[in-house]
Ligand binder design. Structure first.
Ligand SMILES: [Zn+2]
Ligand SMILES: [Zn+2]
Length: 368
């Protein structure tokens, strides 16, 4: 039967996204349709509109959403119409080597389903009947979306839908990089490069971990203000404070235990590696252009035993981690209310993207 829905679509790279009415196909076997309640506007959505993340248009944007199940496909017996769910942009097949090893963020099926559902086809059609791609295998910046069952995690419905939405990307990615990928120890010194949506969550992840020193680095004073609100003990703006690495060396007395790069630039990845102490860990969270490279001095590598590691989706195990993150919020340890600094209607999507570029929000969320 399907549904008509307003959706935010990238038609062409380097042009503002457009709002159009699309046809959402009913769920096939093993799929569900979700009435989307809210969808965060993530930097990765912006990166998809300018080709930094090269997902081909036409593309329904959005991968950070929560909503209510409104239709079940054949064979879905463990969810019911009316269930509140958070969307996970990895489907976790449960069968590949990585899922079996407990690392579903690296799922082989997820790596294939980047612009379609796992079976390789789309569930959106435009007014001419042409299929539209799904951002990150989800495409949830729309009133309705049909998704694979493994892309939704049932949650407690008492949490505000806009707060639940941002758990699906920014919170999972940032907090997960700290708790899951790095496993930050209490009393550590941590540096976070980039205080956008993900960076702020890395900062609050460090605070949850009991880090004693949390240094936020950003070129925008407004974002550093947010950083302090989320637990940064020190802030560095390289534009006014000088070299970030020298500043971290001075503040930590010889290098940080952990550094989190939440921007996606070769130069800041180098800085993250260079500002950690011997035996320290630098975590790359930011997604860079495919052409970006990193240059590191080789001589000292064996002498310093530093670790440089990537963090995919905060090394998420969504069915375990989403409820855990929401529990941390309910227990007052994670700030989600403060993260959502603006909400928009779907018709205001262009403004939401403009505000993301201008860096005015901790997180902007489209509420349907
Ligand atoms: Zn995202
Ligand atoms: Zn898998």
């Amino acid at each position: 039967m399907g549904k008509q829905a307003k959706a935010v679509v990238c038609r062409e790279w380097n042009k503002p996204p457009v709002v159009e009415t699309v046809e959402v196909e009913s769920p096939r076997r093993g799929e569900v349709m979700v009435k989307i309640g809210a969808c965060g506007v993530c930097h990765s959505d912006l990166s998809a509109t300018n080709g930094t993340i090269p997902l081909p248009p036409p593309l329904v944007l959005g991968h950070e959403a929560a909503g209510t199940i409104c239709e079940l496909g054949e064979g879905v017996t463990d969810l019911a119409v009316g269930d509140t769910v958070v969307v996970s942009w990895i489907p976790m097949c449960g069968k590949c080597r990585y899922c079996v090893e407990g690392r579903p963020a690296l799922c082989d099926m997820a790596a294939k389903a980047t612009i379609t559902l796992p079976d390789g086809t789309q569930r959106f059609k435009d007014k001419d009947g042409k299929p539209l791609n799904h951002m990150a295998g989800t495409g949830v910046m729309a009133e309705y979306a049909t998704l694979h069952r493994d892309n939704v995690i049932k949650i407690d419905p008492s949490v505000g839908i806009d707060k639940a939405a941002i758990v699906g990307c920014a919170v999972m990615t940032g907090v997960g990089a700290v708790l899951n990928t790095a496993g930050v120890e209490p009393g550590s010194s941590c540096v976070v490069f980039g205080a956008g949506g993900v960076g702020l969550n890395a900062i609050q992840g460090c605070a949850v971990s009991g880090a004693k020193q949390i240094i936020a680095i950003d070129m925008a004073d407004k974002k550093l203000e947010f950083a302090r609100q989320f637990g940064a003990t020190h802030t560095v703006n390289p534009a006014s404070d000088g070299d970030a690495v020298a500043k971290v060396m001075e503040l930590t007395g010889g290098g940080a235990d952990y550094a989190f790069e939440c921007i996606g630039l070769g130069t800041t990845i180098q800085q993250a590696y260079n500002c950690i102490r011997k035996g320290g860990t630098a975590v790359v969270v930011g997604v860079s252009k495919p052409t970006e490279t990193v240059t590191l001095g080789a001589f000292l590598m064996p002498f310093q035993e530093k670790v440089l590691v990537g963090s995919m989706y905060g090394s998420a195990r969504p069915s375990v981690d989403f409820p855990k993150l929401l529990d941390l919020y309910k227990g007052g340890r994670l700030k989600l209310d403060e993260l959502v600094t603006a909400t928009y209607s779907v018709d205001q999507a262009e403004q939401a993207f403009a505000d993301l570029v201008a860096g005015v929000n901790a997180r902007g969320v489209i509420v349907f």
